[in-house]
Design a protein around this ligand. Structure first.
Ligand code: NAD
Length: 360
């Protein structure tokens, strides 16, 4: 049984699917690991460390299972063969995803995004591990862009009040953003349309902003708001946002464009020098003035919409992602050391997106 680790080719992608420590675990289980030369280079992991961990440097597409981070490009799909397994982020909900091409090529593809958000699967949950990185880094970026301190400072030259930070959409990334902003000394507030989030928000020392709109959907996700709910929410947020130095938005609805939470008028109402970090840029953004992938200044407010923040912290992002993949592979490994996925297992059945009966 062999697994291959590819060198990522997507623009700006610095992560790698396996780090040497996890390679050593797999080798210890009798799995051959074939790493493409330079696969770890952007995460500052030289080939020599993979060799020390027991891998061979070679063609990852010769392996039984190909591991990657970002979805494959067409020329990479062409290197896969029928019956081969592929595991990675495959963006199954994106309209331009490559699932059809993988199915046509006979590849048994597993999308880490499709792993169910259940307790048993937490260890494999790459959306969560990478969401934590995004949430953390969004606060660091906000602090960098801000013209003000985050913590309260009492100095001989006077006292500085702590920054106020509002996080809109408190899933994994939002919760980590609240916790990180708190650690930096800010006064934090969280808002979401799923009422059960209130307790989690309070558990990281933040206040809960209650706008009276509840929109819990399926599988722990939010549902899209109705037009009237959206108008009510935008108006209420317009009033609330005025009082904050920093707004971090992470609101997503699976398979839908990002909900518009922050209107242009809300930005106009913010104090000069305030900051909006919009983590929903990949699906259009939560702020009306967001330009995905750009940092712009509108009405003296900085609006940044960084894409793929986990790639900017490749060491820890790769380490966490590797551990997610290790757990998934362990779930697939039979006692004979061969990968034999049991599709009666709800995690594997959901993650495999190229079987007829699989739901993407
Ligand atoms: P997500 O990235 O899909 O969305 C981020 C947040 O945006 C969510 O909290 C969502 O409720 C919120 N949101 C959507 N529309 C909104 C709107 N109009 N206004 C305000 N907020 C809005 O979320 P996620 O981080 O992927 O987490 C999704 C769910 O999965 C959560 O319930 C989380 O607790 C759960 N989860 C479970 C496990 C597990 O048990 N294995 C692991 C991770 C996450």
């Amino acid at each position: 049984m062999s697994v291959g680790v590819v060198r990522e080719t997507a623009d700006g992608e610095r992560r790698v699917a396996l780090v040497p420590k996890v390679v050593a675990s797999l080798v210890g289980k009798g799995v051959d690991v074939i790493v493409e030369s330079g696969a770890g280079i952007d995460a500052l992991i030289p080939d020599s460390q993979y060799v020390e961990a027991g891998a061979t440097i070679g063609d990852p597409y010769s392996a039984d299972v190909v591991l990657r981070v970002a979805p494959p490009a067409d020329d990479e799909i062409a290197k896969l063969r029928s019956g081969q397994k592929l595991i990675g982020f495959l963006a199954p909900r994106n309209t331009d995803n490559k699932i059809g091409a993988l199915k046509a090529a006979g590849v048994e593809a597993y999308a880490v995004e499709a792993i169910p958000r259940i307790s048993r699967a937490q260890v494999m949950d790459a959306l969560s591990s990478q969401g934590n990185v995004s949430g953390y880094k969004s606060v660091i970026l906000a602090a960098e862009e801000s013209t003000r301190f985050f913590p309260m400072l009492t100095t001989a030259a006077g006292t500085v009040k702590p920054a106020t930070v509002l996080v809109l959409g408190v899933g994994v990334a939002g919760l980590q953003a609240l916790a990180t902003a708190k650690r930096l000394g800010a006064r934090t507030t969280g808002y979401d349309v799923r009422p059960e989030v209130a307790e989690q928000v309070r558990s990281v020392g933040a206040q809960w902003l209650d706008l009276g709109i509840e929109a819990a959907g399926e599988g722990g996700y939010a549902r899209e708001l109705t037009d009237s709910e959206r108008a009510q929410q935008q108006q209420a947020l317009e009033d609330a946002i005025k009082g904050f130095d920093v707004v971090i938005t992470t609101a997503l609805v699976p398979g839908r464009p990002a909900p518009r939470l922050v209107t242009a008028a809300a930005v106009e109402g913010m104090k000069a020098g305030s900051v909006v970090i919009d983590l929903a840029g990949e699906t259009g953004g939560n702020c009306e003035l967001t330009e995905p992938g750009q940092t712009v200044v509108k009405h003296d407010v900085t609006i940044a919409s960084p894409l793929n923040l986990p790639a900017t912290m490749p060491e820890h992002s790769s380490e966490l992602y590797s551990k997610n993949l290790l757990a998934l592979i362990e779930l697939m490994l039979g006692e004979d050391g061969v990968i034999t996925p049991d599709f009666d297992d709800e995690v594997l059945a959901a993650a495999c997106v190229t079987r007829e009966e699989a739901s993407a």
